[in-house]
Ligand binder design. Sequence first.
Ligand code: FES
Length: 97
Amino acid sequence: MPKVKFLPSGVECEVKAGESILDIALSHGVPIQHACGGFCACTTCHCEIIEGASNLEAPDSDEQERLSVLDDPTPTSRLGCQAKVKGDVVVRVVNEE
Ligand code: FES
């Protein structure tokens, strides 16, 4: 099972492949903003992938469009609600609640 570690909270968990970073965070008590409820319509669930970016499913065109309007993008930015896990990752939550 893929392992996910969240920063700065330090929460670590094992998850089912195919779950989104947002869903994993919410089910493990990790604070993360998600203003649109996970519908790829805001950017508040912005995450920086610190390790394992290739262990996420690739962003689709909708996510790429939202990522292009981030105020503070990083080379490994993803939207937590869209990024589905398929292997081990370390994730920095940009906007904690
Ligand atoms: S929660 Fe709004 S884009 Fe992810």
